[in-house]
Design a protein. Structure first.
Lengths: 97, 91
């Protein structure tokens, strides 16, 4: 039972008081803004939740474990997420002071 | 970009008051945070998914003093980037 986009949309509808279409539009828009920011390699810091950042990975030699083939993994950019301390404590049941 | 810039960008793009945009953004992340607190997975197509992983405790040492310390097990969210975002970032 995962929290999906559809569930987020219906929850926001009741919590914020929006129509279904409005809720869908704002959720999609927030996700688009977040994706645009990361696509421009700009970090995204959501206080109380965490930080998404783009990290540059160098090219390296790799190996396909199934075929045992050697291959070169090209340099690439990846998204990494670091959980905020506040959320980490909440997940571990530690109350804030 | 931080949360207030995200709120401003949403308000502008969707013609909302700042107050309303703030409510939306806060509610979105609060729902996501609460799901993780409940150990529930989050799956947002095109963006990514989160799941809480349990990391075992271990005996470690304080690198400064060399003292033996017990590091307790912990739960941490793990983020896996979605296909669309992964491709856009690496372009």
């Amino acid at each position: 039972m995962a929290l999906t986009k559809e569930k987020l949309i219906s929850r926001l509808q009741t919590q914020v008081g929006l129509s279904k279409q409005e809720s869908r539009a704002v959720v999609e828009r927030v996700l688009d803004i977040m994706k645009d920011s990361l696509a421009q390699s700009e970090d995204l810091l959501i206080s109380g939740f965490g930080k998404f950042s783009v990290r540059q990975k160098n090219a390296r030699r790799g190996r396909n474990p199934q075929t045992k083939e050697n291959l070169i993994l090209r340099a690439r950019k990846v998204v990494v997420f670091k959980t905020s301390g506040v959320l980490r404590n909440r997940i571990n049941g530690i109350r804030a002071h | 970009m931080n949360k207030s810039q995200l709120i401003e960008a949403l308000a502008k793009a969707e013609n909302l008051t700042l107050k309303k945009a703030e409510m939306v953004v806060n509610a979105m992340f609060e729902n996501m945070a609460e799901a993780l607190v409940q150990k529930e997975r989050i799956e947002i197509r095109g963006f990514g998914s989160f799941k809480v992983k349990f990391y075992n405790g271990y005996k470690g040492r304080n690198p400064k003093t060399g003292d033996l310390i017990e590091v307790e097990g912990k739960k941490l969210p793990f983020f896996k980037v979605g296909k669309e975002l992964r491709e856009r970032v690496d372009r």
